[in-house]
Design a binder for this molecule. Sequence first.
Ligand SMILES: Nc1ncnc2c1ncn2[C@@H]1O[C@H](COP(=O)(O)OP(=O)(O)OP(=O)(O)O)[C@@H](O)[C@H]1O
Ligand SMILES: [Mg+2]
Length: 497
Amino acid sequence: MSNTDVVAEVRAGTKRYPGVTALSDVDFAVRRGEVRALLGKNGAGKSTLIKVLSGAEHLDSGEALVRGKPLAGLGTRDVAALGVATVYQELSLVPEMTVAENLFLGAWPRSRGALDLRRMRAEAKEAMARIGVDIDVDSPVGSLGSAGQQLVEIARAVAQRPTLLILDEPTSSLAAAEVRQVIDVVRTVAEQGVAVIYVSHRMDEIRQVADTATVVRDGRIVETLPVRTASTHEIVAMMLGTAPEAVAARTRRPSAEPPVLSARGLVSDRLNGLDIDVRPGEILGIAGVLGSGRTETLRALVGLDRPASGEIRLRGEAVRPGAFAAMLARGLGMTPENRRREGIVPLMGVDENIVISDLRRVSRSGVLDRRAIRQAARALIDRLAIKTARPGTPIGTLSGGNQQKAVLARWLHAGSDVLLLDEPTRGVDVEAKRQIYDQMRLLADDGRAVVFVSSEVEELADVCDRIVVLRGGRAVAELSGDEIELNRVMALAIAEE
Ligand SMILES: Nc1ncnc2c1ncn2[C@@H]1O[C@H](COP(=O)(O)OP(=O)(O)OP(=O)(O)O)[C@@H](O)[C@H]1O
Ligand SMILES: [Mg+2]
């Protein structure tokens, strides 16, 4: 391929933030019709590179160009006008507006000056159909859940008919079937000549979607290589800078203790007579496809939603449904699926975001103790290897995967007895995933109950002592100990009604 095919490039690009060099003398180019994966640990610099190419950030030195035009001084709108469409790692939709309105945010179709609602809806339907998704374009985006919102973001980017399509972890909250759809769309637009940059931590997905992969480590490009011939082991070693540790086979230990938390006959919008028992000393996995009621189950258990009927018991005692604060006070903790909207306070420090779950532990006679906050936070930052310049750095400036680890740290700080984790490894790199699994195991060994919701069946099958499969808002199957096998869980989760 000739150089005239280059759609976007960075030459000797360096980008610094206070305390970190996010990109260091980077050379990078992507060509027409190519799907390029960006791989690297959390905090390696992938999103920074993407933001530079979309005009959301500017280099301190070096040059970024799109179709030969330097991006210095251009904003995201100017760069979009050059044909760049970007799906950022954090969702950027307006929850109160409808899917159709979001799809054309800022560029609503008009006829004779007036907003053309009919055309907007028709084009929105077409855009959703193009990515093979059946979502009502009139529903407010906020009602969709993370997976639905991610699909809308992708549809929005594809609808712009870009020359360069940039996707930063577009599938982090999607399950296998939706991931398949996204891969198909990406392959189709690439065949039409669009250049695609694609970030994901899932190697199997990278293999299906990408032609070449660029590995980034500590802000530097390690290598660019063809995906098909490189082994996963080789690529992971490049990402980490060392050979990955061999993973020891685990013995599963389903707990025989009486349930610490149980629910009977929960009925709500998405739940349809759900029964579930959570036992101390085990990691309980919840599997199921999009819309099966995974998140709703956790929300009902922790009291964030009040089911229309049904009963919840904590340590044998009936609890009032919907009593979130009381549940937290009685030792429950939950990491939400959508950390941006529900999980973190972006402008507050990493330390403050961690200790917020239990301020008593870091107070003296009712007054917050700065040193105690730093100490508690530092210990957890080390334990989970959270990459942050300082404990007090605003959490919003951390890379996505590191924000996710901080949200988990919060509940480790709280010392909850029952921990409900909704997609805790979303956007987390291979090494960090291990660390999170290890923490879950430590908690279970310590007699706590861990409930683990994930759209990646592989990790459930890897980590859990017991797995409950949801379908249509009910628990339809349960596997325990040696019964847990990847193929079996998968088959159960996706089986038809
Ligand atoms: N606005 C910002 N202010 C300060 N530091 C930042 C900012 N944005 C990114 N950083 C830092 O730059 C480094 C690279 O971050 P980046 O988001 O590019 O990582 P990433 O490879 O996308 O990681 P992940 O896989 O976790 O998304 C990190 O150390 C991060 O904390
Ligand atoms: Mg990122």
